[in-house]
Design a protein around this ligand. Structure first.
Ligand code: VG1
Ligand code: CO
Length: 593
């Protein structure tokens, strides 16, 4: 299984006419909010529509052939922008596969099409709208500008839409040499598509023979941010937030992604923060200013430095802010830093869980009903769940697995180690929700570092970090996982470790997701290492190694420890057991978070 491989091949012959039409399409003017005309595209010489057409003749049915490589990964389909833009019919085919897999003629009538504003979005918007309209979508809703994934989820839920198509590759870099992607969410829940739907889209992509394209279609502009802000007003006490903001130096780094404008609307227009002091990289740019819009210590270095930290989270200078938050390209991830301290996403989840009574959304609905985390996320939140006496679910990686739990256990707080935090107010992770949650749980004058220390002293500390090995050869990475499978099958009694492959049975619908990574545990030393293959890459394979050690009663040295440094010995043991040196040819990670 190597979902990150950028392999695609045209499986059926195509006519030259597509190339000509493609060129025309690339020069198409920006999609207007009212009427977008693509008729000229389909009237280009040499391009013959094959039969069909709707009653008034406005739908063209055009021949196509399958294109490989369209299986969505952890969250949507991500490819190099050039693949979408330059492979003959790639975006058209994927749009058609989406329509077929989603069974759009059967009740998917109102769909929001929006995205984080990355390069190629305008072209993709035109293609998606014309194909969705050609397949029976009756009302196409578009946003006035770049839109975050959480705002799209809020809009689908509040307006009871039938779904959303999001043009984003999330935290992946953008630009013509970066990545483009498409995620899709169901309605009226606003949740990321679950596996049966993504698989249906994939198999549709392999059987495609025709495209149904409506060259002229109508769109209506709605403002998803308005729905999102209204949703957040139900979650938080605005007066409490105003007070918390007034007494602190807060900095938001939107990394030139979609969250900038709505961060301004929330923090400055609604809550009175000063724009100049609070907003950093808050103007969306199609290439994210050339930066990698992934909120971690490696890529949000300016924010880290403002908090006094270097790329490993070590203290290097006196902090200029009390609370900082970086957000990814589509605004669903968050990195929280305090003055002189970095909060791992796993700790962030645990702290918010332990202080959930300070957050209106949880307090006014009778307190947390359950907690949930993805499997590689540290077990810090489990300890809070045990204390609160609520269940804590362990799901596979990917937000789509939280949806059923959110419907069954309300209110629910959940998170992933990959800088994802959220609740059942929407069905996506929500970067700005995390920031407002942190503002809500801090007492007057309390620093983030004090909160962490208090938390660790009462619950123990889960030292945690993640190593990423990027750009690995997919075949070699697959061999490494085959080796881990052998190890898990051949375990001997009495070994100091145990290794098992993670499988999840959804407690609500009983669906089973298997092959979700390997868990290596050393019970005597309270240690755990997890091995996974990434499903969001656009080239080669990325191997992730997650490391964790629980210290029940941390000493002052444990409180000050930098996890990526003190977990080195565990990393070495895990890499030796899995034989990284042989299979990957390296034991040096590209990114440590
Ligand atoms: C990564 C993260 C996962 C997250 C996913 C989508 O997936 O590990 O926790 O849900 O990205 O996040 P993977 O398969 O590469 O490990 V986003 O903000 O890029 O939609
Ligand atoms: Co994202």
């Amino acid at each position: 299984m190597s979902m990150g491989t950028a392999s695609f091949a045209v499986m059926a012959p195509v006519g030259d006419a597509w190339l000509a039409s493609w060129q025309l399409l690339r020069g198409r003017p920006k999609a207007a909010p009212n009427s977008c005309c693509l008729r000229q595209l389909h009237r280009s010489p040499g391009l013959a529509a094959r039969g069909g057409g709707d009653a008034d003749g406005s739908i063209d049915v055009l021949p196509t052939g399958a294109i490989e490589g369209m299986r969505p990964g952890t969250s949507g389909l991500r490819k190099k922008t050039r693949v979408w833009a330059e492979t003959d019919r790639f975006t058209l085919n994927f749009a058609q596969a989406l329509a077929v897999g989603w069974s759009i003629p059967c009740g998917v009538e109102r769909v929001l099409v929006c995205g984080d504003g990355r390069e190629y979005s305008e072209e993709a918007l035109g293609i998606l709208c014309s194909v969705l309209a050609g397949n029976g979508v009756k009302e196409l809703l578009v946003a006035p500008g770049p839109t975050t994934t959480p705002a799209a989820s809020a809009a689908v839920r509040r307006l009871r839409l039938d779904g959303a198509v999001l043009m984003t590759a999330s935290h992946n870099p953008g630009g013509i040499d970066g990545d483009f992607g498409i995620k899709f969410n169901t309605g009226p829940d606003g949740a990321p598509a679950r596996e049966p739907l993504t698989e249906a889209v994939y198999s549709a992509s392999l059987g495609l023979q025709e495209l149904r394209v409506k060259p002229t279609y109508q769109t209506r502009t709605i403002d998803p941010d308005e729905q999102y802000v209204a949703q957040l007003k139900q979650c938080f006490d605005w007066a409490q937030l105003r007070r918390a903001l007034a007494g602190r130096r807060v900095l938001v780094d939107a990394m030139h992604g979609a969250a900038g404008p709505v961060a301004k609307r929330l923090l400055c227009d609604e809550l009175g923060a000063n724009e100049g002091d609070t907003l950093y990289r808050c103007q969306p740019r199609p290439d994210f200013g050339g930066a990698h819009p992934d909120p971690n210590l490696k890529w949000a270095t300016d924010l880290a430095l403002a908090a006094g930290l270097d790329g490993r989270g070590q203290y290097v200078q006196s902090p200029k802010i009390d609370l900082g938050c970086a957000l990814d390209g589509d605004g669903d991830r968050n990195m929280i830093v305090g003055a002189g301290c970095f909060v791992t996403p796993s700790d962030s989840l645990a702290v918010l869980a332990s202080r959930a009574h300070k957050i209106k959304w949880f307090r006014e609905r009778g307190g947390l009903k359950a907690l949930a985390r993805s499997m590689p996320t540290s077990q810090a939140v489990d300890r809070v769940a045990a204390k609160l006496g609520v269940p804590c679910f362990e799901t596979p990686t990917g937000w789509k697995y939280f949806g059923n739990l959110m419907d069954a256990y309300q209110p629910l707080l959940c998170g992933e180690e990959s800088f994802g935090t959220g609740a059942d107010h929407i069905r996506e992770k929500d970067g700005l929700f995390a920031l407002l949650a942190w503002l809500s749980v801090l007492d007057d004058g309390e620093q983030v570092s004090d909160v962490l220390k208090k938390h660790w002293l009462s619950f123990g500390r889960d030292l945690y970090c993640r190593f990423d090995f990027e750009g690995c050869d997919s075949v070699k990475a697959d061999r490494l996982f085959a080796h881990l499978r052998l190890l898990s099958d051949d375990q001997q009694q009495g070994e100091s470790y145990s290794i098992s492959e993670f499988e999840y049975r959804d407690p609500v619908d009983n669906s089973v997701s298997s092959q979700q990574g390997f868990v290596l545990t050393y019970p005597k030393s309270n240690e755990r290492a997890v091995f996974r293959l990434s499903g969001t890459g656009s080239a080669g394979a990325t191997v992730r190694l997650y490391l964790e050690r629980y210290i029940p009663e941390p000493s002052p040295a444990d409180i000050d420890a930098v996890p990526s440094i003190v977990l080195t010995d565990l990393a070495v043991r895990a890499m030796q057991l899995a034989d990284f040196a042989t299979f990957l040819g390296t034991t040096v990670p590209d990114v440590v978070t």
